[in-house]
Design a protein around this ligand. Structure first.
Ligand SMILES: *Cc1c(COP(=O)(O)O)cnc(C)c1O
Length: 234
């Protein structure tokens, strides 16, 4: 596909997503400026990230370190903000801290310690979100709601880390609005203790309106911007 055609395709995707965000903001009585759109570029090439940047996108999300590290390197000249949104193994933390500005998937104390150690070593400040499990599926990552406060405290106290707020993925078997309402309550509890932790990362291609209605500040959108991903083969 020529770059021109791909550019048009992505521009169409972006216009569609912005229209949905605008409608969701209208319905919720919120301002577009309260929201950050993160373009989830996983499985798509660095050339797509470049096109997104040309179209005004400043925030990019990736979920696998190897792929993300290479893309961030290729796009280093663009000055984008990189969000790591995938499950994170401690042995990948050093690499991730090399390019990620925000890690959305902090869900256990060991990860806090590893991120803090590497951020300090690299002389960087990494914004961390506590990922919350809104269901009982341990395979999808996330801290259980009763563990969120202690994890948030640990991030806030860790050198090299800044507590940004919370993140979640809506469960498959529940109406997303209901799940995001619980996330909003958890976010408020975290903010009562840590006033600066005002990020709520929620909402993907299929449920961004429900996320906006429930106070999301960051939307992570892939498919609706870039198209359906090919099934990932390991
Ligand atoms: C892939 C992914 C997204 C984007 O999902 P789409 O449905 O393609 O918009 C958002 N958040 C996380 C954690 C993801 O892994």
């Amino acid at each position: 596909m020529t770059t021109e055609t791909r550019r048009d395709e992505i521009a169409d995707g972006l216009a569609g997503v912005e229209a949905r965000i605008a409608e969701a903001c209208r319905a919720a009585g919120r301002a577009r400026e309260e929201l950050t759109l993160i373009a989830v570029s996983k499985t798509y090439p660095a050339s797509d990230v470049r096109l997104l940047a040309e179209l005004g996108v400043r925030d990019v999300g990736e979920n696998r370190d190897q792929e993300a590290a290479a893309k961030a390197r290729e796009c280093a000249d663009l000055g984008l903000t990189w969000h790591f949104i995938g499950q994170l193994q401690t042995n990948k933390v050093r690499s991730v801290v090399g390019y990620a500005d925000v890690v959305h998937s902090v869900d256990r104390p060991r990860l806090v310690a590893a991120l803090s150690g590497e951020a300090t070593r690299a002389g960087r400040e990494v914004t961390c979100l506590v990922q919350v499990a809104l269901d009982d599926d341990p395979g999808r990552g996330g801290a259980r709601p009763p563990d969120v406060a202690a994890l948030a405290d640990a991030v806030a106290a860790a050198p090299g880390l800044r507590l940004g707020g919370v993140m979640a993925v809506a469960p498959l078997e529940e109406e997303p609005g209901k799940a995001f309402a619980r996330l909003r309550e958890l976010a408020q509890a975290v903010r009562d203790t840590h006033p600066g932790a005002d990020i709520i990362s929620a909402g993907m291609s299929g449920d961004l309106a429900e996320a906006v209605a429930n106070g999301a500040t960051h939307l992570r959108v892939g498919t609706a911007l870039l198209g359906r991903r090919k099934p990932f083969v390991r």
